[in-house]
Ligand binder design. Structure first.
Ligand SMILES: [Zn+2]
Length: 209
């Protein structure tokens, strides 16, 4: 009788142990899946202006553009063909044509207007931070999947897509949403498109020694 009793006890315990193990496994899986989402975006990368070290550029927005979108024009020299650099290292996740190119070139600056961003690049910097670079003159110099370093050239300033004049349209996004652009750890001051306004900044996108 005692053998029967102990065997009976074992039978009733085994499903309970399995249930506890199963529940623990389920909790572990749910936590591992949710943790990255619950953690939220990482700290802001130390972005630099996406243009050559030492150059002074005008940054601005205007009504109908968007609060945090930045249009950049050099304060000296031609905009056409100026190098566009990664403002921080990361992985290229978009590279190609956004919308349509149109026909605005240095030889025909008032050629047909395109749609959207024209030649563009988007970089994933990790921690849910991305940057994007629009209206470039020629096909980007980087491809989707490329790892780029801060200061690596992505392309040249142009006027492809929906662009009134040659310039670089630049955005910083956190968790997919546009945020105020910061450069070298300092907020740019471009925060609303209620009225047209501009600021000037000097690029510190310089080779790191
Ligand atoms: Zn723009």
């Amino acid at each position: 009788m005692s053998t029967y009793t102990s065997r009976g006890a074992k039978k009733s315990n085994t499903p309970a142990v399995l249930a506890i193990l199963g529940a623990s496994l389920l909790i572990a899986i749910v936590v591992s899946v949710l943790r990255p989402a619950l953690a939220g975006p990482g700290p802001r990368p130390l972005f630099q202006l996406p243009v050559a070290c030492g150059e002074v550029w005008q940054l601005g927005t205007y009504p109908g553009h968007d609060d945090f979108d930045v249009d950049m024009f050099p304060t000296e020299g031609e905009a056409w063909g100026r190098p566009v650099y990664a403002s921080f290292g990361g992985e290229v996740i978009e590279s190609g044509i956004n919308g349509s190119l149109g026909g605005r070139t240095p030889d025909r600056p008032d050629g047909p207007l395109g749609r959207g961003g024209g030649y563009w690049v988007k970089i994933d910097h990790g921690g849910d931070w991305t940057t994007q670079y629009l209206h470039m003159l020629e096909p980007p110099m980087v491809a989707v999947g490329d790892e780029v370093t801060q200061g690596q050239q992505l392309g040249k300033v142009g006027s492809t897509g929906r662009s009134g004049a040659p310039h670089l349209h630049y955005e910083q996004r956190r968790d997919g949403d546009k945020v105020e652009t910061w450069f070298d750890g300092v907020p740019s001051g471009i925060t609303h498109d209620d009225a047209e306004y501009t600021v000037t900044h000097t690029s510190d996108n310089c080779p790191k020694l």
